[in-house]
Design a protein around this ligand. Structure first.
Ligand code: NAP
Length: 360
């Protein structure tokens, strides 16, 4: 049963929880600011980015989203990456070239870092979290603190293609998926700002995204893995990914084929997508979409231009379920890469963690 939105608020005495954003000026950083504007639990009180942006008023830097820039945030001055200065809870949208070391420094200084970057995702002591899929993996945190000696912590959200893929596979986990083949058609905003040069991207398909296929293959297995005895045992399924970049602004489309241990009907798969929900829906977390997976029956859907912004960009839209002559079943999915695939995912992770902390 779904809870009422925000009823489990951990905010005390009417005060919202202060949050900081590392990498506040990038594609994901801006999405954090847009999604946190008016958030019922969190208030942005600190921004950090590189020397290129630090010392500047945030509102004087280029704002690239159609959502209006929050006035309070616009008046803030961007800081450098100074661990120990900002609020206890920080979201990280840092470029991976700096995220690795910076996030450790913040965790050592006592911050809880909720990160989008790839650097710590495969660390056996770091939860790689999708609240609807593996909220039990947060049990790694006490062990992380003990073994790393950090006063704070690092929690990561997965790669922007691994998230919607893992959500659909989690819905089908009870049928024991054994083999998965996925080809992605990834939006330009997935490469950050300014991203792919326009002369490469326009009217073109680029059949290579550095490191992406490995991330999708490995992270999906960790996400669907079982937490036991202080570690995550990876799911035994085989995943094979091909990643491509296409001239779409927002929204990663994925063509997925999946084989199961035993025969499964399309009706059973559709019912599993329809029923799929998790802790965010049960707890009524503020960023939880009512239905994490929305199956579209029209033959030519989902499409990024028509469907990616629906449900605040937090649902995975799925369609075209049909027979695969090789693996058994195939379908198409669409996820918003900077919302469900990045900033929205991290905010949902933080909401779950704050809820758990307040209800210990
Ligand atoms: P982006 O647009 O290139 O933004 C990168 C951010 O990192 C900017 O705020 C930048 O600050 C900051 N930065 C770069 N070098 C820095 C340094 N030396 N010190 C401090 N800050 C520095 O990238 P993005 O697309 O937002 O991605 C951010 C992270 O999220 C990456 O790790 C990416 O892999 C991950 N991610 C992205 C997506 C997506 O769809 N875009 C999805 C999932 C995960 P300045 O503006 O001051 O340079």
């Amino acid at each position: 049963m779904s809870g009422k939105k925000g009823e489990s608020s951990p905010a005390r005495g009417g005060q919202k929880i202060e949050v900081g954003i590392l990498g506040a000026t990038g594609a994901v950083g801006q999405q954090f600011i847009a999604l946190l504007s008016g958030h019922p639990w969190f208030r942005v009180s600190w921004l950090a980015a590189s020397e290129r942006s630090s010392g500047k008023r945030y509102g004087d830097l280029p704002w690239r989203l159609s959502a209006p820039l929050d006035e309070d945030v616009a008046s803030m001055t961007v800081d450098t990456l100074k661990a120990g200065v900002g609020p206890e809870l920080v979201f990280s949208a840092l470029d991976s070239s700096v995220a690795g070391e910076a996030e450790i420094e913040f965790a050592q200084a006592g911050h809880t870092v909720v990160s989008n970057s790839k650097n710590h995702r495969m660390d056996p002591l770091v939860p790689l979290l999708i609240p609807e899929v593996n909220s039990d993996h947060l049990a790694l945190l006490p062990l992380q603190r003990e073994k790393k000696g950090w006063k704070g912590a690092i929690v990561t959200n997965p790669n922007c293609c691994a998230i919607p893929l893992a959500m659909t596979l989690a819905a089908l986990k009870k049928f024991h998926p054994t083999r998965v083949m996925v080809t992605t058609l990834q939006a330009l905003s997935g490469a950050g700002y300014p991203g792919v040069p326009s002369l490469d991207a326009t009217a073109n398909v680029i059949p290579f995204i550095d490191g992406e296929e490995e991330k999708i293959e490995k992270e999906t297995k960790k996400l669907l893995g079982m937490y036991a005895n202080g570690g995550v045992e990876f799911h035994p399924m085989t995943v094979s990914a091909t990643a491509t970049r296409v001239p779409v602004i927002n929204g990663h489309t994925e063509s997925v084929s999946v084989g199961f241990e035993k025969p499964v009907s399309h009706e059973e798969i559709l019912a599993a997508f329809e029923k799929f929900c998790g802790e965010p829906q049960k707890l009524g977390l503020p960023s939880a979409p009512p239905r994490p997976i929305v199956y579209m029956t029209q033959q030519n859907r989902p499409q990024p231009r028509l469907d990616v912004e629906k449900d605040g960009g937090m649902s995975v839209h799925v369609g075209r379920l049909r027979t695969c002559a090789i693996l058994g079943h195939k379908y198409v999915l669409l996820g918003h890469n900077t919302i469900r695939g990045a900033a929205g995912a991290a905010i949902l992770n933080a909401e779950l963690m704050e809820h758990q902390a307040a209800h210990k």
